[in-house]
Design a protein around this ligand. Sequence first.
Ligand SMILES: [Ca+2]
Length: 443
Amino acid sequence: MLGNTCKSLGSVVAITLVAAIAAAGELERGQAAREGARLIAPPMQDWFPKAPPLPEPTGEIVNVKNVGELYAASDRVKPGGTILVADGLYRMPRTFYIKTDDVTLRSQSGDRTKVVLDFADCRHHEGVAVSYCSGVTIADLTVQNVRQNGIKINSNHNVDRVTIYNVISHNVWQRHIKGPSVPDKDGQPDFAEDCRVEYCLFYNDRPKQRGDEPWEDSEPRMGFNYIGGMDIMCAKGWVISDNVFTGIRGKTGEARGAIFMWHNGTDCVIERNMIIDCDTGICLGNSSARGERRHANGFIVRNNFVVRSSESNILADHTRDCRILNNTVHDPDSRNGRLLRVVHANDGLVVANNIFSGPRIVAEHYEGQIDVRNNLIRPVGEYFVDAAKGNLHLTAKAADAIDKATADRGILTDIDGQPRGEKPDLGADELAPLGKHTAPDQR
Ligand SMILES: [Ca+2]
């Protein structure tokens, strides 16, 4: 299989493949040649979420095995078709647009480390962009080395129902996923509706620095902190679940949110994500006032791990009727004490059954009734399987967390999808019966 791939891509890419593997130390060269190559070596832990395989493609299938065929496929694929990409490294010369309804772009092998769309030499600053269409799926591949926006959902051009599934986004220097503002329709808010971001891995190898992308080089007043994971405006009905974000940082530790939702966001669910060593974690809104519209309305943030995101681990800022339930946040040396930060108007906010493992939470200058109850707020690193790595699954030592949550009809399972039972635990993880889900030596 790989032999064919290398021939089709040419010797330069073949050499790059081998070099990448040798550098990663993952596989012997001979083994790589026999089995097909992982082209990148992303952070992996056995406790990270694992994507169930997608169903077989339906509709017209366009097979592609080189860059020319890939761009041609996006021009000619019909609605409902699938662009099926052979294993290999694709050196992308320009932004790759998808403009056709219900198209799927995915790897043939299903292995996201073996199809890499690399934009290092791209003449544009955005990677994969979706415009003027709905129902697009991007799955089972890697997008990397993008100067500004890795995956751009052009929600200002009538885009809904995008699914990003089991994708790796690596070394992207403004936003891994960007959804810009949607203009009002007839004086009312309009939205990018029903998108899903599931089982993805977002990571950068190092903090942003001068030279990564031209906008901050020309406008350095943000100190090379204009970088984040997802930055989505005007989202309605989105699900952001089972993703891992790690190492998304700015030069001076002030990167934007791993997940940042703002401008009229409505009825979105953010659950079972793991955010590890990013400067900022989950942001519902920011400090730009929205009047009565708010940034986030009716969101649920549940069963997430957030680890050492000291700029703000979880932020609620200009929200309405949002619920922050059963998350585990660990930031014991937090410089700001913002395990949770609640600021400005947040009427109807409920914060319950969370573990905030750190010095304090910050609820300041909020307007409107909020309900903060039954949270554990103190450093409890000893409660977790491996806090240094970000593994906040509970151990049997978690005395003040186990069975201490109030039952909630909206929280029937935990970060692993395991049942909560009648006496749920605080935080994102329900401690499973001994030996059932976790090795005994992790307890
Ligand atoms: Ca569990």
